[in-house]
Design a protein around this ligand. Structure first.
Ligand code: ADP
Ligand code: MG
Length: 240
């Protein structure tokens, strides 16, 4: 579903990604972890073309992200992305937030967009909040709306960049529970997170990054049981 081949990226002289290669199969849940500044956010943003790369190729569901002629807006419509800071439209109600992309990008009729949006809102347990504005919701609720909004676009894969790290501790689980449900339903997911409990529960692959490189790329059991690199062992020792 996602094929990342030998990508490298520089900001000026600084190399942020160094020859990264990995693949995500349909239904895979890949957790990406590693120290702050190791390039996790940059890597995940290259997948939907939010960050261009200078070398290498990325193909998502048969479409090259890195080829010059690719329409990035169309590609992004097929890849859901959820960030640390919710990023709902503050001036729109929850229902309008859910419908907007469907109407504007997928050209769905307003009624159909509302119906689909509300179906996903129900799925994240927030149907009763449909007329509220983002500022009237808790952080955990806003993040669940952001997930519902991404799902209402019928994405082929979902990208998450530290979706719980801006949340108060008591709200983390309500967001992780939604993500666990998605994973169990077979959604293809790349998840940057420090929540190793989540990784243990639903990841089938773990990528560990350090200084722009993919240092480990293996099955979950291998990663938690016997990471090959000393850096990954150090990292696990510090956060577990
Ligand atoms: P992570 O998500 O693992 O913390 P990032 O991908 O955000 O890492 O950043 C990797 C490195 O690239 C960091 O050293 C960061 O300071 C640098 N970086 C990120 N964005 C930019 C940018 N727009 N310009 C210059 N350097 C950047
Ligand atoms: Mg980051």
């Amino acid at each position: 579903m996602i094929d990342i081949q030998n990508i490298s990226k520089w900001y000026g002289q600084f190399q942020v990604l160094a020859d990264c290669t990995t693949q995500v199969d349909k239904g895979d849940v890949m957790v990406i972890c590693g120290p702050s500044g190791s390039g996790k956010s940059t890597l995940i943003k290259t997948v939907n073309g939010l960050e261009p790369v200078q070398r290498g190729e990325i193909v998502v569901d048969g479409t090259s992200v890195t080829a010059p002629g690719t329409s990035l807006p169309q590609l992004r419509a097929r890849i859901g992305m959820v960030f640390q800071n919710f990023e709902l439209f503050p001036h729109l109600s929850v229902r309008e937030n859910l419908a907007l992309g469907q109407v504007k990008v997928l050209k769905r009729a307003r009624d159909e967009a509302n119906e689909r949006g509300l179906r996903y809102l129900d799925r994240v347990g927030l149907l009763a909040q449909q007329d509220k504005y983002p500022a009237q919701l808790s952080g955990g609720q806003q993040q669940r709306v952001a997930i519902a909004r991404a799902l209402s676009m019928d994405p082929v894969a979902m990208l998450f960049d530290e979706p719980t790290s801006a949340l108060d501790p008591e709200m983390i689980n309500e967001v992780l529970d939604v993500m666990v449900g998605l994973a169990q339903d077979g959604m293809t997911m790349m998840v940057v997170t420090h929540e190793m409990g989540f990784a243990r529960r639903v990841a089938n692959r773990v990528v560990f990054m350090d200084a722009g490189r993919i240092v480990e790329d293996c099955g979950k059991d291998e990663f938690f049981g016997a990471p090959r690199s000393e850096r990954a062992r150090d990292f696990l020792a510090r956060i577990l």
